[in-house]
Design a protein around this ligand. Structure first.
Ligand code: AMP
Ligand code: GLY
Length: 438
């Protein structure tokens, strides 16, 4: 198989890395890729939101399979375009991607199918009405911009003035872009979060191992939110009784709801859950693998990913094929100084080979570039989240020891990382939730 992976972050390096281990894979491209994917496959420069450019690339390369990492091409209809050409692709159609692309669409879906979720206080397209609604809601409150907002679209707050300011930024000052013109108000749920990600061909589905990410920048869940500073997976995250509840009250009804609405879903579906005192509730859907959740998931895969993804694209997923390494995995993100705020790129990275040897861990790249020979070669930083050191072990402690040992070998100017991956994650009260890379 010749496979094209679209995206250039840690999630895509994780996919490429696992795909290189398949005996069925003869050629890999990653568009645009990064300094790490470049060692495992050929990089093809592209703007991932540009569906026409991606079609031109696929037309030229004729891959046997295309796998989409990030949300932007999905929301822009990449799957529809590929299906029209009968090109095999692992990606939901544009309409299905609205589950992530429009929080109002998603909330309507949740309510229409009586899925467990936060109580909604309405969707608004006029600021005046949104301000008026603040007088009747319960606090704390969650405000969500409807569209994709580069991760700045959710506020959890107890403070009415903070709520008014957020609404003003989105609806009156246009600071969140088109995605912030309409907003949704809902109840703030309390509990621990869990990422339940599944892979489906539209008829059958198979779960990934459960994961949890760490969104705040600093230890003890301090500081601003980020795209994720690390993630871990253990089977203990999802005890059998909770797993049953999630399958019966969340996953199966979601699948039935999609079928009933005539929204065929093919690809990864990320169900973001809050484990509340009254049971698991859906916070959000993403129509893709999480990042850095994907790195922790891929590390535990014990099956041929190329074969399973080809099955999904062909509509013949066999859930029995997905086998997992028992125990645990961890992905530790090494970030640029200043991230998630302003940071400088172009910092030389040292110790990459030593790190893999020292920790027996895999260093997955995200914001990195390979420099040209004239510039001295080597790998330099090019993004906020730079590397994700990843390891799977029989226990969480052993996986943590491996990634933290590996991290001591790596250096770049300004590098920072959390020292408490794998520990309890507190709710996100008072902060803009879920900021992605700037
Ligand atoms: P995003 O990925 O931008 O949709 O942000 C989602 C994040 O916002 C989640 O991971 C939660 O941390 C937070 N969040 C969303 N909805 C709620 C809610 N109803 N109650 C509490 N936190 C929420
Ligand atoms: N790590 C959260 C996300 O990918 O949305």
């Amino acid at each position: 198989m010749k496979i094209l992976v679209v995206g250039g972050g840690g999630r895509e390096h994780a996919l490429v890395w696992r795909l290189t281990q398949s005996t069925k894979v003869e050629k890999l491209w990653c568009a645009p890729g990064n300094g790490g994917t470049a060692s495992d496959g050929e990089s093809i420069p592209v703007d991932v939101g540009d569906v026409a450019a991606l079609i031109a690339i696929a037309h030229k390369l004729q891959p046997d399979l295309t796998v989409i990492g990030p949300e932007l091409p999905l929301v822009h209809g990449i799957a529809d375009a590929f299906r029209a050409q009968k090109w095999p692709i692992v990606a939901p159609l544009r309409q299905a991607a609205q589950l992530e692309g429009s929080k109002i669409f998603s909330k309507d879906f949740l309510e229409r199918h009586n899925l467990p979720t936060a109580k909604g206080y309405g969707a608004y397209d006029a600021a005046r009405q949104a301000y008026a609604a603040l007088e009747t809601v319960e606090w704390p409150l969650v405000i969500k911009a409807d569209g994709l907002c580069a991760g700045k679209g959710v506020l959890v707050t107890e403070d009415k003035q903070e709520a008014r300011d957020f609404i003003a930024r989105g609806m009156e000052k246009n600071e969140l872009g088109a995605g912030g013109k309409r907003i949704l108000l809902e109840e703030a749920l309390e509990g621990e979060e869990l990422s339940f990600i599944l892979l489906t061909d539209g008829r059958r589905w198979a779960p990934m191992v459960p994961t949890r990410d760490h969104k705040r920048a600093f230890d003890g869940n301090e500081g601003p939110n980020t795209g994720g500073m690390g993630a871990y997976s253990t089977d203990d995250l999802l005890p059998p009784a909770l797993r049953e509840t999630i399958i019966n009250t969340i996953v199966e009804p979601t699948m039935r709801g999609l079928a009933a609405d005539g929204i065929p879903y093919q690809g990864f579906l990320y169900i973001g859950l809050m484990l509340t005192k009254s049971g698991p509730k859906i916070l959000e859907f993403n129509c893709r693998l999480g990042d850095p959740e994907a790195q922790a998931i891929v590390a535990r895969m014990d099956f041929d990913l190329a074969e399973v993804l080809a099955d999904v694209a062909a509509g013949r997923l066999d859930p029995e094929k997905l086998k997992w390494r028992p125990g645990a995995s961890v992905c530790l993100v090494l970030a640029s100084g200043g991230y998630p705020g302003k940071f400088e790129a172009g910092k030389r990275i040292s110790g990459l080979t030593d790190a893999e040897e020292a920790g027996q861990a895999k260093v997955l790249h995200a914001g990195t570039t390979r420099q040209s020979a004239e510039n001295g070669g080597g790998i330099v930083t090019s993004g906020g989240r730079v590397l994700g050191i990843t390891a799977a072990r029989p226990t969480l402690d052993a996986a943590l020891a491996a990634v933290y040992q590996a991290a001591t070998k790596i250096h770049f100017d300004g590098m920072h990382y959390r020292k408490d991956i794998g520990a309890y994650t507190a709710p996100l009260l008072g902060k803009v939730a879920g900021s992605k890379d700037l």
